[in-house]
Ligand binder design. Structure first.
Ligand SMILES: [Zn+2]
Length: 392
């Protein structure tokens, strides 16, 4: 199944926001929540009671008194893994379990052969989630950790139709086109499974951990492929079908324009993705086998690799400049394996300043995503947590 992530909950003081304030430590009591949300104490109390009854919040004894009765302190239950998360990449998958605050409990990286097809790959990754969950203390002490699982979030490195959880025309995923990930998983686990594309998960994970207070943000995922996720008015913006933010096949100025997997030429993905850099270097006679090799060459200051990285950064900057002028975000952050590539980042930044309206860049933050390798599974977990809160 796929679930809309409760748009109305974006309203100030919605259950999800109350939970986030407690999870981030911004609030420890009902009084704090009332002050932050501007809601009446009775409304806050009602919402808090609903969250407590769903096991999403707990009371942890008395807080500090400001005269009068000492307030009961609120906390998000932590320590127990209740969310499973899978962040599928072209060659690896990060699989983890997280608690209700979005904190990683366990995580591991597995090699993946995407060409083995969806049944084999997803079957193995779901089995890995089950192994992690069964290894939880609640399971080994005779309880049922599996019973505590609230849902599984899955990120796919290709376009996902949000309403159905179906993959539509992915590049570099032979055998996956049209595959219904949500239905396949629903036949194997009895908890909600929420499917999205990997750039959206990176956006959500980075936004919730680094800048939850910012309302408008664009996150670029630059790895083997290239994509972006958009946060608008504090929410993941998917658009009508789920393709919002997919910048991979926007055309950039490149001469000659290299052919793209989509059948067109000169797409951003064909110029600036990790796969494009590998192809371009090979075309220049450099014996490089994968993105790791390309990054090593750039780090070593190799002239050809560095020139290509600059060209890629300019191409990303050109597309981003249109996005920034149009959307006016507060932050543009880049993640993925190419994000540490200094020449790419520098030329992306320069192009952005050159091409954007001064008003759009005056206070614009341009930065690296620093959430680390668990940013995708963190985003996946927040998808599930948001769903659980909305259902509560
Ligand atoms: Zn294309």
């Amino acid at each position: 199944m796929t679930i809309d992530d409760a748009p109305r909950d974006a309203l100030r003081g919605g259950p999800r926001e109350l939970l986030r304030w407690v999870a981030t430590g911004a609030a420890v009591s009902r009084a704090d929540l009332s002050r932050l949300s501007g809601l009446s104490p009775s409304t806050v109390s009602q919402r808090v009671e609903a969250l407590i009854s769903q096991g999403l919040l707990e009371e942890t004894g008395a807080g500090r008194s400001r005269g009068g009765r000492r307030p009961r302190q609120l906390a998000v239950p932590t320590g127990g893994a209740v969310v499973g998360a899978i962040d599928l990449g072209a060659h690896h998958a990060r699989v983890g379990t997280l608690d209700l605050s979005g904190r990683v409990v366990q995580a591991r990286t597995l090699p993946v052969r995407i060409e083995d097809g969806p049944e084999a790959v997803l079957g193995a990754l779901l089995a890995e989630v089950a192994t992690l969950v069964d290894g939880e203390p609640a399971a080994s002490s005779g309880g049922s950790a599996t019973g505590a699982l609230r849902g599984i979030g899955i990120g796919i490195p290709g376009p996902v139709q949000h309403a159905t959880g179906r993959i539509v025309s992915p590049s570099r995923m032979p055998g996956w086109n049209g595959f219904d990930v949500a239905a396949f998983c629903a036949g194997r686990v009895d908890v909600p499974v929420i499917v999205d594309n990997d750039a959206n998960l990176m956006a959500l994970g980075a936004h919730r951990t680094a800048h939850p207070e910012l309302d408008h943000a664009v996150y670029i995922k630059a790895g083997t492929g290239i994509g972006s996720g958009v946060i608008s008015s504090g929410r993941l913006h998917r658009g009508a079908q789920g393709s919002a933010g997919d910048i991979s096949h926007c055309r950039v100025v490149a001469d000659p324009a290299p052919p793209c997997t989509c059948g067109n030429a000169g797409c951003l993905e064909a110029v600036a993705s990790g796969a494009a850099l590998v192809t371009a270097l090979r075309g220049q006679g450099v014996p490089v086998s994968d993105l790791t090799g390309v990054i090593r060459l750039i780090d070593d200051g190799d002239r050809q690799a560095t020139a290509l990285a600059r060209q890629a950064g300019r191409a990303v900057g050109e597309i981003l400049a249109v996005v920034v002028n149009f959307f006016n975000p507060q932050v543009v952050a880049i993640g993925g394996r190419l994000a540490d590539c200094e020449p790419l980042l520098a030329s992306m930044r320069a192009t952005l300043y050159e091409r954007c309206l001064p008003l759009a860049t005056q206070t614009l933050l341009i930065e690296r995503i620093t959430t680390g390798q668990d940013v995708g599974i963190t985003g996946a977990a927040h998808l599930v947590i948001d769903h659980v809160v909305a259902a509560a």
